[in-house]
Ligand binder design. Structure first.
Ligand code: AMP
Length: 213
């Protein structure tokens, strides 16, 4: 069986992480989130993590060479051999070009769209477990005990870059740097659009269908 490689494209808050977590179980492949890789590198205090820090805190893209070396290392691991879902990568045309130049063939790109007002509301209320990464929302999906993860008992807190001022910058960066990828992949005939509003379940079903499953 050949490896299945997918990209989930969409603005911050579109639900890429939530959907990826479900998809990997259904498809038996791994999720590769550059945001998660960068946060782990920061936590571990590596040189790449230190380089990424100020960009992430400002809601800017981390320089391509930093991201690409993390991605390169991740893709070379054994568990990526059956395929993967790229979540948060590529984030600009140069990163997409880096996949091409390595001969990586992507089967399908799913573009999850959500109106800006909903994104702002989602990101403002989003809370994340600092230990296992489970995500919550203060209004729609609060943890049973405030600040405590239902799944692992870890501390549930707001991501630093979900702060309103940083969110504004992340959304601007998405429009200018990342949204051009929609046309880039549409021109190849491998992009499918999915409406990211609705329940997690209904969006999940739409994404599965868009992946051809
Ligand atoms: P995310 O968790 O995908 O929202 O990413 C959080 C932050 O990590 C972004 O705002 C960027 O600063 C950085 N980041 C994540 N993925 C990339 C990428 N592919 N290229 C550049 N920066 C990235």
């Amino acid at each position: 069986m050949s490896a299945r490689r997918f990209i989930l494209l969409g603005p911050p808050g579109a639900g890429k992480g939530t959907q990826s977590a479900r998809l990997i179980e259904a498809l038996g492949i791994v999720q590769i989130s550059t945001g998660d890789l960068l946060r782990a590198a920061r936590k571990a205090g590596t040189e790449l993590g230190r380089k990424a820090q100020s960009f992430m805190d400002a809601g800017q893209l981390v320089p391509d060479e930093v991201v690409l070396s993390l991605v390169e290392e991740r893709l070379s691991r054994e568990d990526a051999r059956n395929g993967y879902i790229l979540d948060g990568f590529p984030r600009n045309i140069a990163q997409a070009g880096a996949l091409d130049s390595r001969g990586i063939v992507v089967e399908r790109v799913v573009n999850v769209s959500v109106p800006v007002l909903s994104l702002v509301e989602r990101l403002a209320g989003r809370r994340v477990c600092q230990s296992c990464g489970a995500t919550y929302h203060l209004v729609n999906q609060a943890p049973r005990e405030s600040g405590v993860c239902d799944q692992c008992g870890g501390v549930v807190a707001q991501r630093k870059d979900d702060d309103a001022a940083v969110v504004e910058s992340r959304l601007r960066v998405y429009e200018s740097e990342t949204a051009p990828l929609i046309g880039f992949y549409r021109a190849r005939g491998i992009l499918r659009d999915v409406d990211g509003l609705g329940t997690t379940e209904s969006v999940y079903q739409a994404v599965l269908a868009a992946l051809g499953n």
